[in-house]
Design a protein. Structure first.
Length: 262
């Protein structure tokens, strides 16, 4: 199967280069505000009973359009009202139908952490994330060399952003260092988009006992979340399961209720 991740990363580097031509890095740096309130994704997950990071996304490379006309200002506050610990908002346009405006629109409406979910390849994107109001960024081991990722994580911390490091295999454990606030295990192979939730259980055994772990992709029922909780997971990134419904807020609320009662 075609390596989707390689195609996405190549396009992302091209996109960032174009963006720099419109707004320079220096212009972004000069527009930073130092008094922006920070919300900790790590602490939100540690203190939450459900640990649900509800994701806003319109489409995916493997499924196509999931909720084409979805608006962040409608759905994201609903997630917060339904009990999400945090929200993840996809800002990649070509492959996921998102944009930076989605976070900018949602930020004033909620008081829980926002994760900018994108394919971060340049510190330019970290400044963007900070300016639009994100609290944390995703850094993907499979998309970056270890030195690149570590440099981006350090810069994220310098800007007051937390880092969710995403790994998929045991070979990527070497990416973990002190700048990783949360460790995400992606159950979806980003090259083939094949999903296997058991990947979370396999890798959790090899991670530090004090790590704040998040299981990502392929989670569609409370029973799976309960199994993952017993394995030490604090967070569960779920998007498609809610976004494919007519009412994502209601779907999340029902999911959390089932989680607490069963």
């Amino acid at each position: 199967m075609k390596d989707i991740l390689s195609e996405i990363i190549a396009n992302k580097r091209f996109e960032v280069d174009l963006q720099k031509q419109s707004i320079s890095l220096e212009q972004l740096q000069n527009s930073l505000e130092t008094t922006v309130k920070q919300r900790s994704l790590k602490e939100a997950l540690k203190s939450s009973s459900s640990g649900i990071i509800a994701e806003f996304k319109r489409r995916s490379p493997s499924k196509g359009w999931i909720h084409r006309k979805a608006q962040a200002e409608d759905i994201v506050p609903g997630y917060a009202n339904a009990g999400a610990s945090a929200v993840s908002i996809l800002t990649d346009e070509k492959f996921f139908g998102g944009n930076l405006k989605d976070i900018k629109d949602a930020r004033p409406l909620i008081d829980i952490p926002i994760l900018r979910k994108d394919f971060i390849v340049d510190e330019y994107q970290l400044y963007q994330a900070k300016i639009i109001g994100a609290d944390a960024v995703l850094l993907i081991a499979a998309a970056l060399k270890k030195e690149e990722l570590h440099a981006l994580a350090a810069k994220a911390h310098e800007l007051g952003l937390e880092v969710l490091l995403e790994i998929h295999s045991a070979e990527e454990l070497k990416y973990i260092n002190a700048n990783m606030d949360v460790i995400g295990i992606n159950n979806r192979n980003l090259g083939t988009f094949f999903t296997d939730v058991e990947n979370s259980f396999r890798l959790a055994e090899q991670l530090p006992s004090d790590a704040v772990l998040v299981s990502e992709s392929g989670i569609s029922d409370p029973a799976t979340v309960k199994r993952l909780q017993k394995a030490g997971f604090k967070g569960f990134l779920i998007g498609e399961n809610f976004m494919k419904t007519d009412n994502p807020e209601l779907a999340l609320k029902s999911f959390i209720e089932d989680l607490s009662t069963n």
